[in-house]
Ligand binder design. Sequence first.
Ligand SMILES: [Fe+2]
Length: 219
Amino acid sequence: MMKHIKFMSREKKTIFSPVWDYDLAIIDVSDEVDIPWLRNFLLEKEKELLLKYPPCTDDGGTRLGINSVTSKYSYYTIWEFEELNFLKELIRKYHDKFLNFIDQDPGKIYSQGWYNVMRTGEQIKEHGHIISPEYSYLSAHLTVACENTSTYYRNPITSEVFEEENSPGKLTFFPSYITHYTDAVVSSKERITMAFDIYNEVGYNEDIFDDMKYRWYEL
Ligand SMILES: [Fe+2]
């Protein structure tokens, strides 16, 4: 079942009043994904990615640091791993349901993705996924493993945060420009989340450099 949450400003009372209108969609896909298998796959792949790619100071603004698998995100895209092809279909399916729900035509979509493994004391600091504001489309999170953490999505005008408790198998779509952060991990078990950026056809054609298009897979 999809939970749809709308964030909308009240009627403008002055010419200078800000306006916002955006949507989040939250779906439990735990019965469609083999979460224990996915957890193990990502932990094994973490070892490989940490060995394969050199240190990079760009961790996407998460502040997880130079030793995190997050900081390898610019070297690869999650869609290179054929074992994860089923997730392309899953994201496509729920993206389309979300768009249909808000009376929009789903159209073609393209995605790149990465993942985060956080251990005791680690926290994703506030950041957004925007490339160019005018082409901003959707991003998504899939929680794979967690214990007592939430993700917080901030309204860019009011600064209010919407808290979404994490649970394995929860898929959340949000506009890419919405900044977000997480709680620190207090458990001794890893918190694992996957992240996907999605562009529509116009964004893919006009805002992704040709030499970067190889990272974006059509879903
Ligand atoms: Fe993020």
